[in-house]
Design a protein around this ligand. Structure first.
Ligand code: NAD
Ligand code: ZN
Length: 341
């Protein structure tokens, strides 16, 4: 079968010689409908964040059940499902609570399909356990694939701050890409706060307005922080969701977060922050959430089935993977790119 394989630093190739896997025990073989292209892939490809491994890329996957191992009873051929991406041990306390993204054994297990183990940028994908599947019912797997990360990650990050996102407050979203464009919609649907969106191009800012941002600020502007503070007034913003995580965006967040606010850094942009006693208003919580839980993914499916969130997708075939990664490096994807085998 065909697959997009990572061979090492900056070496991604489409191969056509992989065996179609055969599921056994609790394993499930999925016929891939779509595999989303996440910026985290670029951190792997360009910065080598998973080390010296060879595997099939793609950690945002959806498709139809093709075959099941002999102990799988709850799925049948043709069922449409999402693959929950952070694969934990399944047994520790966080895993029992469905928070496999915070599995006690993450440091031993690695990070799951497409992140060190074989992922879904292929015709078929072997999922190690039916526990990791979430049904999508009437949703199309091509459109639904990015729900597993581009929607789940911001959903989980927003949910932990929801009690602070009252209608008299401001929330700043930095980076209106794959994750950020869904974050704006989740905030619009689940919170009352006014949304201030930041990106570096006028196209992305106009897109943010269409999705529900009340205000937009170009974060390349030298006075971006002042522009945001002019909107919020003295109280500043209650929650910052940084989907870039580079030093300049983290600095921007520290300048505009208000007292008792949340400074949530989701982006893995390699940024630094030097803590100092007077560097932040009192009561600020700084956090670096990772992905979301399995039950939160079910809630995200609910949002999509109710048409409360819409993933803007651009479709490509597997052979176009490197072209898509190049476009993503240059910020030229609107919403999410999805590879369709
Ligand atoms: P993306 O490439 O789709 O979007 C990034 C967006 O940020 C683009 O619109 C780009 O124009 C914008 N941007 C770049 N520099 C900026 C700046 N200085 N100010 C404002 N906007 C800027 O990326 P994505 O797939 O949405 O991923 C975003 C980040 O989140 C990546 O670093 C990715 O690795 C990370 N991520 C983290 C988790 C997690 O669990 N913590 C999960 C998925 C992705
Ligand atoms: Zn675990």
């Amino acid at each position: 079968m065909k697959a997009v394989r990572y061979f090492g630093h900056k070496d991604v190739r489409v191969v056509n010689d992989l065996e179609k896997p055969v599921p056994k025990g609790d394993e499930v073989l999925l016929k891939i409908g779509g595999a989303g292209v996440c910026h985290s892939d670029l951190h792997i490809i360009d910065e080598g964040t998973v080390g010296n491994l060879t595997f099939t890329l793609g950690h945002e996957n959806a498709g139809w059940i093709e075959a099941v191992g002999d102990t799988v009873k709850d799925y049948k051929k043709g069922d449409a499902v999402l693959v929950y991406g952070p694969w934990g041990c399944g047994h520790c306390k966080p895993c029992q609570q469905s928070k496999e993204n915070y599995c006690d054994h993450q440091s031993e297990l690695g990070y799951g399909g497409g992140l060190g183990l074989n992922g879904g940028m292929a015709e078929y994908m072997l999922v190690p356990s039916s526990r990791l599947l979430v049904p999508i019912f009437d949703l199309d797997p091509v459109i639904a694939a990015p729900l597993t990360d581009a929607a789940l990650t911001p959903y989980s990050a927003i949910k932990r701050s929801l009690p602070k996102l009252m209608p008299d407050e401001y929330v700043v979203v930095i980076g209106v890409g794959g994750l950020g464009h869904v974050a704006i919609q989740i905030l619009r649907e689940t919170s009352g706060a006014a949304i201030i969106a930041c990106d570096v191009t006028e196209e992305k800012l106009a897109f943010a307005k269409e999705l529900g941002a009340t205000y937009t600020v170009n974060s390349k502007d030298a006075d971006a922080a002042e522009q945001i503070l002019k909107i919020t007034g003295l109280k500043k913003a209650k929650v910052i969701l940084d989907f870039v995580g580079a030093t300049p965006t983290i600095e921007l967040g520290t300048k505009v977060v208000g007292m008792d606010g949340d400074l949530t850094i989701v982006g893995l942009g390699g940024g630094y922050y030097q803590y100092s006693m007077n560097g932040l208003p009192f009561g600020v919580t700084m956090t670096n959430p990772y992905w979301g839980s399995r039950t939160e993914l079910m809630e995200v499916v609910g949002l999509a089935r109710q048409k409360k969130i819409h993933i803007e997708i651009e479709k490509f075939n597997l052979e176009q993977a490197n072209e898509v990664y190049d476009r993503m490096r240059n910020g030229q994807i609107k919403g999410r790119a999805v590879l369709v085998p």
